[in-house]
Design a protein around this ligand. Structure first.
Ligand SMILES: NC(=O)c1ccc[n+]([C@@H]2O[C@H](COP(=O)([O-])OP(=O)(O)OC[C@H]3O[C@@H](n4cnc5c(N)ncnc54)[C@H](O)[C@@H]3O)[C@@H](O)[C@H]2O)c1
Length: 347
């Protein structure tokens, strides 16, 4: 089976490549396409190519000609996992054109390259829970450490209204709809995963994106963390290998999954507030974390907990890694690689 991972040098991408290349029972050929614009991506791809038989093509999804000729070379591809993106809300606010050209136009380029070349691999698109906006209409109460739903809300399901908020929300959300629609109109089999916060090894997290890794890195480097808002915001965090198992299950059930949209996150059992998360790191690290507060960021959700029922009912997926176990593994990877990670965090 031939798999192309677009954005495969990033955090989720490198873990995805490793997952398929580690499968002894099935024969996977993995090709990564990435422009390595994300700090840390070059380290990730160096690590991947040093440890696995993997092909790497340096390319930008904004460049249609280059992308099309790359895909034409791989007409026989079975699966494309599209993870390339401008990933930070803050960057999207500062530079909405770049965000648009990468996330929406770049995704459109992939779809058009497939349509123009009559290619129909199974396409997985990594969307985001940000497509649901700030969810202000959901009543919640404030406890000492977190926000909680006041009504019996079993997490956010795919039937929640879309409310594309921030340029990042708009570009990712519009691309999510294009992918869905190319499945309907042009018969390109595609599935959309609306992902909650993902964490794990190979995540070069910064204040603007990848907050779990960023907080671990900051605590190990003794940097001050800024919390935007009260810190009681709740997220259902999902360990990266669990996400990839869902991709794998979707590939195995592609006829059933094509055209579907799935919310995916750690669910209620793996929900944690920023303040609670800081406490967990303090316990692992044995030292206090220094932080201050600033104003809320635009569109920030007080609570996002994914309702994973559709994935459970349709392909039997559920999160398997508890956040205590996952957090320890993510922490260990960062600690072991702090020497190279440090280079991205010059004072
Ligand atoms: N990590 C999360 O918590 C999370 C949550 C929801 C959705 N997502 C989505 O999942 C996907 C992967 O996220 P990630 O955390 O691995 O991010 P990442 O930044 O680590 O990886 C993205 C990769 O895309 C590459 N890239 C960026 N612009 C490109 C371009 N124009 N052409 C080619 N490559 C380009 C980057 O170099 C990077 O390697 C993204 O689409 C993101 O929006 C991630």
């Amino acid at each position: 089976m031939k798999i192309i991972i677009i954005g495969g040098a990033g955090f989720i991408g490198v873990n995805t490549a490793q997952f398929f290349l580690n499968k002894q029972d099935e024969n996977y050929e993995v090709i990564v396409y990435d422009n390595c614009s994300r700090p840390g991506s070059q380290d990730n791809i160096d690590w991947l190519t040093n440890n696995y038989q993997v092909k790497f093509e340096h390319g930008d999804i904004r460049n249609y000609e280059k992308l099309e000729s790359f895909l034409q070379e791989h007409q026989d591809v079975d699966v494309i996992i599209h993870l390339a993106a401008q990933v930070a809300v803050t960057t999207s606010v500062k530079n909405p054109r770049m965000d648009f050209e990468t996330n929406l136009s770049g995704t459109f380029n992939i779809l058009e390259a497939l349509r123009n070349n009559e290619m129909a691999p199974f396409l997985i698109y990594a969307s985001t829970n940000k497509v649901y906006g700030p969810l202000e209409e959901l009543p919640c109460k404030e406890t000492d450490t977190r926000y909680e739903f006041t009504e019996n809300v079993q997490g956010i399901s795919e039937t929640m209204n879309l409310d594309l908020y921030s340029p990042y929300g708009c570009s990712k959300g519009a691309a999510d709809q294009y992918v869905r629609d190319y499945n309907r109109i042009y018969d390109i089999p595609a599935v959309v995963f609306r992902q909650s916060c993902i964490y794990g090894p190979h995540q070069y997290g910064f204040e603007d994106q990848g907050w779990i890794a960023w907080m671990i890195i900051a605590s190990l480097l003794r940097r001050k963390i800024t919390i935007y808002g009260t810190g009681k915001q709740v997220r259902d965090i999902l360990y990266v290998s669990d996400l990839i198992k869902a991709y794998d299950q979707a590939i195995k059930n592609k006829d059933k999954c094509r055209g579907r949209i799935f919310n995916i996150g750690g669910g209620p059992d793996n929900s944690i507030s920023l303040l609670e998360f800081i406490k967990s790191i303090e316990e692992i690290n044995g030292t206090p974390v220094d932080y201050n507060h600033e104003d809320w960021r635009p569109g920030d959700q007080k609570i996002f907990i994914s309702n994973n029922s559709r994935l459970l009912n349709e392909i039997g997926w559920f999160p398997q890694t508890s956040y205590t176990k996952g957090l320890q593994q993510a922490y260990n990877w960062i600690k072991d690689n702090l020497g190279s990670i440090r280079n991205y965090f010059a004072e």
